[in-house]
Design a protein around this ligand. Structure first.
Ligand code: BGC
Length: 748
């Protein structure tokens, strides 16, 4: 018996050795023949695996947060082949040591996959995704994702839990900061750009990492903007609003998706077979793997769906959740469940196959240490081109909300400038939530940025005024005194990074603490005030919008925050960012978004009974797509190639845009459509395309778009995706509220 067992193991070892070295060498490329050989190799490996080893591949554990390393118990589990992936183990040296355990001490020597939340940069921290979306520039966004991948991969990471592509219409929800805002079209463009950036175009390139579009799905629709809360959206809204960025990520080749924490109409995503298998794999043809969110398999019990851990395991696996992030439930429960025939081993095999396939695709069997390269780590992290890109994209992410009497840009030779506010000298907030491996010491503050920009003769005075979020008024008087000594005041206010992101929701969205008092006191001095906002969501700044002459929305811009802000403040860069999300006037208006429905009683601002409030208008403070420039643009000659088209035809839309101001500038030209009458009601307008253009002073440009039938189609009453005959409005302009308009008709 013992001898037979020994020979069996020896044979397996030899086959394994052959399989895991030369025979897998073609596994890297994206061509079809390589894929068929990967299938063969996955199958062969699978036949050698015990059930425990298979479940090991589906088990992801977290390293220690502080050390980015693992425990002694985890080491033992790796040796037994009971862990397939880690998150939060990072660094070229750490990941190599941990990978060595798998490669040298486990029976089948299956490499580990190292994941991490590299959401807006690894060490070179870029603007938060919401800010980056203000660029409306997918090329720039793809570049930052690429750089994030270059740095993370050199530090041992194979896989990022990004892009976060959740559409969010509720700024109370703290995670709005991590996504691209409220619009499915802009969100889809940004999602695809980030996937392309992370994953590159050749798996053999060691700087490619897997992306993971998250959180699938509708996580941003949590009731009352409270994180983890229930979601109840119709299938139509799901398909039209929340799913398009995921579809775009899948079409761009995202290797993985993460199931969301929330339920949708009673079914938590982690256990949602319709979502993870029917729609994702069946309808969309997704071939990658799905990871749960942190502990979300276990949370099926708290949801009230699973009565036990074993039931949770079965429900999640059956739904199509392949990898279990940290709950250890697959590892601990599924052996018994398979042995008792409560779940089939075939289902386990399917999930394991998907995970192994990914490891082969990345070439980990050939070179398990490809991403653990201290020399590369040293040379790429915070390299000059990366830092330059961080500054460039931060400049592009800034939105000029107000600029009365052209207060901005400021002169660099002013005699005295007062820089005030609790965030002017802050080195942590600009890193935003999910700061990756970012460090405060890498951050250029607004105060530093201003100091390095102005003339040597300019005096910069500084006072903090107050803290971000407490009620101490002690510093406000000093700030007022400082303001009185200056020609201009730059007031840096907003949220700290911990006030947005996961679990960081707010019921009040005005400036926290006593910052409103600070703003009012400084404005009362009569000095010209420029307010710089630093925040992760739209804030309610109605008073400031009326009384402060100039406002710059800078969000959390990453390590180059201060330089980018100063570049815009002093006119070296003309701001061109546009809001990817509506700014409400009051929390009571939420959710407020531009692509709403008309209703049977559309809003009229009079005393009739229409869809409105008694105490506030329906209009936003700043609409979706809004943002000013130091120059002005005029729009004219909106023309269509045809006034009638057939349902499967395309239509060309053109417009003349002219720079009518005094400086060169970028404009983001936006195209919206309304299907006027449908078998189901349609939004009052929907973004369909956009173009970021640069115009010299006086330059006029003809901007042309092509509207395709896919852009005009929607899910009709029967849920069929088709173009319905009838009239359509086309709008083109500078933001979702200031648009030229024309019409065309789709005929049978
Ligand atoms: C978050 C995910 C994240 C995961 C791993 C969860 O709590 O919802 O977005 O990727 O943790 O850090």
């Amino acid at each position: 018996m013992v001898i037979i067992h020994y020979f069996k193991l020896l044979a397996m070892f030899l086959v394994t050795s052959i399989l895991l070295t030369s025979a897998f060498s073609a596994a890297h490329s994206k061509n079809p023949s390589a894929s068929s050989s990967i299938e063969h190799r996955v199958d062969s490996l699978l036949t050698m695996m015990t059930l425990e080893e298979k479940l090991g591949q589906l088990n992801q554990l977290s390293g220690r947060w502080d050390e980015k390393y693992i425990t002694a118990e985890d080491s033992e589990m790796i040796k037994q082949g009971r862990i397939g992936s880690f998150l939060n183990v990072a660094g070229a040296t750490n990941t190599r040591k941990v990978q060595e355990l798998a490669m040298k001490s486990s029976r089948l020597r299956i490499p580990l996959l190292f994941g991490m939340d590299v959401v807006h940069g690894f060490r070179t921290i870029f603007p938060i995704p919401l800010a980056e979306s203000c660029t409306w520039d997918p090329v720039a966004v793809q570049q930052t994702a690429r750089v994030a991948a270059i740095e993370a991969s050199a530090s041992g990471i194979h896989w990022t839990f990004a892009p976060m592509v959740d559409i969010a219409r509720d700024p109370r929800w703290g995670r709005i900061a991590e996504g691209s805002g409220e619009d499915p079209c802009l969100g889809a463009v940004m999602a695809a750009a980030r996937v392309r950036g992370f994953q590159g175009d050749d798996w053999r390139d060691p700087s490619t990492i897997f992306s993971c579009a998250k959180h699938f799905a509708a996580y941003g629709a949590s009731e009352a903007g409270r994180d983890y809360n229930s979601v109840d959206v119709s299938e139509r809204t799901l398909r039209e609003v929340y799913l398009p960025p995921f579809k775009a990520a899948v079409d761009a080749g995202s290797v993985s998706l993460m199931a969301s924490f929330n339920e949708i109409a009673g079914v938590p995503s982690t256990a949602n077979h319709w979502l993870l298998t029917g729609l994702l794999r069946g309808e969309w043809g997704f071939k990658g793997f799905v990871v749960s969110d942190w502990n979300s398999v276990a949370e099926l019990q708290a949801h009230g769906l699973a009565a036990s851990r074993s039931e949770a395991a079965i429900l999640a696996l059956q739904a199509g959740t392949d990898m279990d992030m940290v709950s250890r439930i697959y590892q601990n429960e599924l052996v018994t469940m398979v042995c008792e025939n409560r779940v089939s081993e075939d289902l386990v095999n399917q999930a394991v196959r998907r995970v192994l396939r990914a490891k082969f695709v990345l070439g980990l069997f050939d070179n398990p240490y490809r991403n653990s390269n201290p020399a590369r780590e040293q040379s790429v992290i915070l390299s000059k081109p990366h830092v330059d890109l961080a500054r460039h994209v931060a400049q592009k992410s800034i939105v000029l909300l107000k600029n009365d009497k052209n207060l901005l840009p400021l002169s660099k030779t002013l005699k005295t400038i007062a820089v005030l506010g609790p965030l002017a000298e802050d080195k942590i907030a600009p890193l935003g939530p999910w700061a990756g491996a970012g460090r405060p010491e890498d951050v250029v503050t607004v105060l530093e940025g201003i100091k390095s920009k102005v003339s040597p003769q300019t005096r910069i005075l500084y006072a903090k005024g107050c803290n971000v979020n407490d009620d101490s008024m002690g510093g406000i008087v000093e700030a007022k005194n400082v303001a009185q000594q200056a020609e201009v005041v730059i007031l840096v206010v907003g949220e700290d990074a911990g006030m947005c992101g996961e679990g960081a929701c707010r019921s009040r969205l005005d400036l926290p603490g006593v910052q409103n008092e600070l703003v009012k006191t400084i404005v009362e001095t009569g000095k010209p005030v420029v307010m710089i906002l630093m925040n992760g969501r739209p804030l309610i700044i109605t008073w400031a919008a009326e009384h402060v002459p100039a406002i710059l929305e800078t969000w959390f811009l990453g390590i180059q925050h201060g330089h980018a802000a100063a570049d815009v403040l002093f006119g070296d860069v003309n701001p061109a960012g546009k809001l990817p999300v509506t700014f409400p006037r009051a929390v009571g208006q939420i959710p407020l978004y531009y692509n709403h429905k008309s209703t049977g009683r559309p809003y009229v601002d009079d005393n009739t009974s229409t869809s409105k409030y008694l105490d506030i208008s329906n209009s936003p403070l700043y609409p979706f797509g809004y943002g000013l420039s130091y120059t002005t643009f005029s729009y004219s000659d909106l023309l269509l190639s045809n006034s009638r088209i057939k349902a499967n035809d395309s239509l060309r839309v053109s417009i003349e845009v002219t720079n009518t101001g005094k400086v060169k500038g970028d404009e983001i030209v936006q195209l919206y459509v309304q299907d006027e009458f449908g078998s189901v009601t349609r939004p009052v307008k929907e973004l369909k395309d956009f173009r970021r253009i640069t115009l010299n002073v006086g330059e006029k440009r003809n901007v042309e778009f092509t509207l395709t039938s896919a852009q005009l189609a929607f899910h009709g009453r029967d849920m069929n995706f088709a173009v319905e005959p009838g009239t359509f409005k086309v709008f083109v302009g500078t933001n979702s509220a200031e648009l030229l308009e024309t019409r065309f008709e789709v005929v049978e």
